[in-house]
Design a protein around this ligand. Structure first.
Ligand SMILES: [Zn+2]
Ligand SMILES: [Zn+2]
Length: 348
């Protein structure tokens, strides 16, 4: 099969590799349709490095079951989205079904080969059949939707709250939609990309361009001096993290979602004001997939064909065979990209 292979740090090759073998009876072979490029793929491929080489990256994807599992599960021909984390099912977290917190997990596209290839084997427990009305391109961003939903679900929301999302990337816009869905009344997105902020305004959110205006001042104007009840930090820079800590009003909640890029130093005066405002700071990591009634992937999937919008977040779609040039441009950073999707089926 054709695959995009990371042969060493910073070196991708698009080439023919051996078809992977069935790892076990409960694995199905998926013909990959679309695979998203994640910030973490850029990092894994061109900065921090991978667990091993060669590696086929790609963990945000959709496809069609080509060969069903021997043990059952979705039949051949079923369109599916995929939860890429393979939990050990033995550790303490797994015993609580907190699979995203597994201490010994495997992962498609990072610890084992993923979806920047024509085929990938996936355990049936990780397959989410895609409902009618949702196409496979949008289904490839299910992870983004589920991770955004998880962050929104960790807030205590009773309705009518005000919210600020710091970061106008796809996850930020996703979180804004979920917070509104969960009952937040005033939702403000701050960012530095005019076209992404324009999309936010189209979706009905207020925006702050944090290079052209001072976030803290504009926030006070938009909230009549109260600041907000809910803050999402989705960027991970020291500047954004400190902004998130100063944007919440009394008794507000701050959700940390962005991976930190550096060490963070909190000035003493700001720290003291966190105490005075009695702010709740919480981290958000990945998403919940079990038990079924708490499964955020299932819920994201059903809302994606109704209230939550993904199509405008997908800024570019390229065939897999052009992926090397796409990564070059992403790393160069001169163009504005939101979610970039590689078309695998039909794109090799
Ligand atoms: Zn990702
Ligand atoms: Zn585990």
């Amino acid at each position: 099969m054709k695959a995009l292979v990371l042969v060493e740090n910073g070196v991708l090759e698009f080439k023919e590799i051996a078809d992977p073998k069935r790892p076990g009876d409960d694995w199905a072979r998926i013909r990959v349709a679309y695979a998203g490029i994640c910030q973490s793929d850029k990092n894994r491929g061109f900065a921090s490095g991978a667990y091993h080489y060669p590696l086929v990256m790609g963990h945000e994807f959709s496809g069609v079951v080509e060969e069903a599992a021997i043990s059952g599960g979705p039949e051949a021909g079923t369109p599916v989205a995929v939860f890429p984390l393979l939990p050990c099912r033995e550790c303490e977290s797994c015993s609580r079904m907190a699979y995203a917190k597994c201490s010994n997990y495997d992962y498609l596209g990072s610890r084992r080969d993923g979806a920047f290839a024509e085929y990938v084997w996936v355990p049936t427990t990780n397959l989410y059949p895609v409902p009618d009305g949702l196409d496979l391109k949008n289904a490839a961003v299910l992870e983004l939707c589920a991770v955004g939903l998880h962050g929104a679900n960790l807030f205590e929301i009773s309705g009518g709250e005000s919210a600020l999302i710091i970061g106008d990337g796809p996850l930020g816009v996703m979180m804004a939609q979920w917070l509104r869905f969960r009952g937040a009344e005033q939702v403000i997105v701050s960012g530095v990309h005019e076209e992404k902020l324009a999309l936010c305004r189209e979706l009905g959110f207020e925006t702050i361009h944090s290079r052209q205006e001072t976030l803290s001042e504009r926030l006070l104007e938009l909230t009549d001096g109260r600041r907000v009840d809910l803050v999402v930090e989705g960027v991970g820079t020291e500047e954004a993290i400190l902004q998130s800590l100063e944007s919440g009003g009394y008794d507000s909640q701050v959700m940390l979602v962005g991976n930190p890029r550096t060490d963070i130093t909190i000035p003493k005066a700001m720290f003291s004001s966190l105490l005075r405002r009695e702010i709740v700071i919480r981290g958000s990591w990945n998403s919940i997939v079990a038990p079924p009634e708490k499964d955020e992937w299932r819920m994201a999937l059903s809302e994606m064909s109704r209230s939550v919008i993904t199509e405008p977040l997908i800024s570019h779609v390229y065939p897999l065979r052009e992926a090397i040039g796409v990564f070059d441009r992403l790393i160069e950073g001169k163009e504005s990209f939101s979610k970039v999707i590689l078309q695998v089926d039909g794109g090799v």
